[in-house]
Structure formats: C-alpha cells, structure tokens
Design a protein. Structure first.
Length: 211
C-alpha cells in the first residue's frame, strides 16, 4: 500500500518526532520519488536549554528534514506552545482541514493513538478527525507508548537508517538523549526487522486503511 501512495503527510507534534518515528521510511519514500510534506506543530521554545537561541529547533528541523530529502517548501512549522497543544485543539483541527483541502494526501502518518504525551495525543486525535477518509498509520515513539500494535512494517535498507541517524544529528539542542543515539536507532530498526523477516524495518499501527 505504501508503495502506491504518492502524496504523504507527516504530522509531528514537536520538530523531531517525525524524524524519530519514521525517518527511515521518509528516506525510502523520497528515494522512490514520493512527495512528503512534514508538519511540525511546536518548536518547544519554552523548553530550549540555556545557551541556545529560543528558535533553535526551527533551524534544526530544517536541517534534519533536508537530510531526509524533504524539500524546504514541503516543511511547515507552527509555533504552538509545547505541552499545551490541547488548549489549541480546535485551531489545530482547522489548520489540518486547510491542509487537507490544499493537497490530496493519500497517506497520513500520526503519532500512535496509544501515545500518552499530551501533545502527541492531541495531534493523533485531531489528525484522525481531519483525515478520517484517508489512509492513516501511527508511528511509534516507544518511550511515550503505553502499548503499540506492530501491524504494519516498512522494510528498510541500511542506507535508510544511516540517513535517519544523520538527520537526528541536527538536533544538537536536545543533548545526549538515549532515543537520539545511533545505537538505539539501529537496535530498534533491527528488532523491527526481525519481526518483519528482514534486516531493518520501522513499525506502524494501522489506524485507517482503504483498499
């Protein structure tokens, strides 16, 4: 199904969520000539560590998505306040509906519906609400997932994981978080690969599927 989709939308509550959840898949999709639009809803200015410009994550997500192959005009950055996306739920829904009307997306990636982070929950729920008649897959951020259904796998090559790792290096403001490490990225990709009968993979929940 993924190989037949041509116009893909990635919804990332925070700038790095899409890279973390499906960076390898984005790399493969772009390699195959698909159009990928990446939407980040918060640049988390309130959480930026001291010593960095408040808008550093805006700069970092531009570099990270370009590394994945996303062209600048297909990157959309909003500036909703981190951990308070739920307070702007209706405004976010209206923005998503505008995006839907502006482009005929045939596949949308959202955070897992089992993700317990308040911002991730908001984007997952409003993404489902706005794109309920579109194919939707939920991506995993395992440190936030209460549970995760590995119902769909995208087989990847080592070069796709390498590109994902390189893209995540852009987020220097996020420090040495475990989930940004090369070892973690490769370990999870190998684990999902074992499940999928290949060397590397990323896993997704099937939220909506139209055949």
């Amino acid at each position: 199904m993924i190989t037949t989709c041509k116009n893909i939308l990635v919804l990332a509550p925070h700038t790095d969520d899409g890279d973390l959840g499906l960076g390898g898949t984005i790399s493969r999709l772009i390699e195959e000539g698909k159009k990928v639009t990446y939407v980040a809803f918060s640049t988390a200015q309130q959480s930026v560590p001291e010593g960095f410009p408040k808008d550093i994550l805006k700069t970092e997500v531009k570099q990270a998505t370009q590394t994945l192959g996303i062209v600048p005009e297909n990157l959309i950055i909003y500036n909703y306040e981190v951990r308070k996306l739920g307070y702007a739920r209706q405004e976010i829904l209206e923005e998503l509906i505008r995006l839907k009307k502006a482009s005929d997306f045939d596949l949308v990636f959202i955070p897992s519906l089992h993700d317990i982070h308040q911002d991730h929950t908001t984007i997952a729920q409003e993404g489902l609400r706005a794109f309920k008649n579109t194919n939707i897959l939920g991506y995993e951020l395992i440190w936030n997932n209460l549970t995760f259904n590995t119902q769909c796998f995208v087989r990847l090559e080592e070069r796709h994981i390498d590109t994902k790792v390189e893209s995540l290096k852009a987020y220097k403001s996020q420090g040495a978080r475990d989930y940004l490490s090369k070892d973690f990225i490769y370990s999870l990709a190998r684990a999902r690969g074992v499940q999928a009968g290949c060397t590397y993979a990323e896993a997704f929940e099937v939220v909506r599927l139209f055949l």
